[in-house]
Design a protein around this ligand. Structure first.
Ligand SMILES: [Zn+2]
Length: 375
């Protein structure tokens, strides 16, 4: 018996590459190659990318003309003859404005150069503001940074807790009382610049991959005002059908955790978010026990994810004073106890070394990705 699959109709023209798309794609390929390997020559780029020398010469001329890349001197060829010129991305070509709305008390913002260095950093108190008032704090922070920028701004990246998409730039966040708020469009209208909006944990994952030395497959937990995760598989961020992949904070893990802001009882967030941990520690006789108990809830929640995906690397981001020590150890212990299979290497948890700026840094990576193809 043969089965005939019900093929989905597929347009033959959709996705066809126009010449200008191919050129843009090649410009991005060269930019990314130079970003990853500063100091390559045109000949190196030809070997690396498979593009012809003529094409490279032409594309590099355009990139030099724009100022995005610069010549930095002669490469040591180790053989006689004409010396090749080294090329690299001009990290001061543009500024990037990045905003993090995931903190418990304030909106933080920064200006980055293209190498991920912070040039300016500001913080605006949220003072309990939610809804439109919180969005106004975001707009004010963006405006202030655009004014502070010394170079033209490439774009604005905003990280917020909650669900992003499927329409880009639209976010739903229970913590901020935002429901389908068109953050991207609103901010873009005010400042006249392109705006990228992403979930805070997803941005932190982008930052770990680009600047934190993370592998191609890992889970990045973001433990802040809320709790979320960024899921990186094969070097690609997994967004999911509704943009909610990694939203593990509102999964019920133990109903004794109490009422959650989402309306349910006992979500992971009621155990391990910073406000929840702070409140539990305030009336605790044994703080280490409280932290270990919270860590166990995380390990338990992660066990199903790790078993399903076979991704054994988890990076924890948040306040080290809570997460390092008893919390981290208990989470790793519980996770491995739950998923143990003979001959399988245990999963590992580690603390992020990117510090409190991981979401901001990820927002900058997102802007570079959208505008320059750099991931
Ligand atoms: Zn919840």
């Amino acid at each position: 018996m043969t089965r005939v699959a019900a093929a989905k109709p597929r347009s033959l023209t959709r996705g066809a590459l126009r010449p200008q798309d191919a050129r843009l794609s090649n410009l991005r390929l060269l930019t990314t190659s130079l970003y990853d390997n500063p100091g390559l020559s045109r000949a190196d780029l030809a070997r690396l990318t498979g593009l012809s020398r003529v094409a490279i010469s032409d594309l590099i001329a355009e990139l030099l003309e724009s100022g995005l890349i610069v010549e930095t001197g002669a490469a040591d060829q180790g053989k006689p003859g004409k010396r090749a010129t080294k090329l690299q991305v001009a990290y001061d070509w543009r500024d990037i404005v990045a905003i993090d709305v995931s903190g418990p008390r304030s909106v933080t913002g920064a200006i980055f150069s293209l190498d991920g260095e912070i040039c300016q950093r500001i913080e605006r108190p949220l003072a309990g503001k939610r809804g439109p008032a919180a969005l106004q704090v975001v707009i004010d922070t963006v405006r202030a940074l655009v004014e502070l920028a010394l170079r033209p701004v490439l774009g604005i990246g905003i990280g917020a807790p909650g669900l992003v998409g499927p329409t880009p730039g639209v976010i739903t966040s229970t913590n901020l009382d935002w429901h389908q708020v068109e953050v991207g469009a609103v901010v873009s209208e005010v400042v006249g610049l392109p705006v990228e909006v992403q979930n805070d944990a997803n941005l932190a994952a982008l930052a770990e991959r680009r600047f934190g030395g993370a592998p191609d497959d890992f889970i990045r937990m973001q433990i802040s005002r809320g709790v979320g995760a960024g899921l990186m598989i094969g070097g690609q961020l997994v967004n999911g059908r509704n943009g909610s992949a990694g939203e593990i904070g509102h999964v019920v893990v133990d109903r004794s955790g109490g009422q959650c802001s989402c309306g349910k009882v006992g979500c992971l967030e009621t155990w391990i978010s910073l406000p929840a941990l702070t409140a539990r520690l305030a009336d605790a006789d044994d703080p280490e026990l409280v932290l270990a108990q919270a860590g166990e809830k995380l390990g338990q929640a992660l066990s199903f994810v790790v078993a399903m995906t076979d991704i054994p690397h988890i990076v924890l981001g948040g306040s080290p004073e809570f997460l390092a020590g008893s919390f981290e150890a208990a989470a790793e212990r519980r996770l491995n106890a739950a998923i143990r299979i003979e001959s399988k290497a245990p999963a590992s948890l580690s603390l992020s070394n990117l510090g409190p700026e991981a979401v901001l840094l990820g927002a900058a990576v997102q802007v570079m990705n959208r505008n320059l193809g750099i991931r």
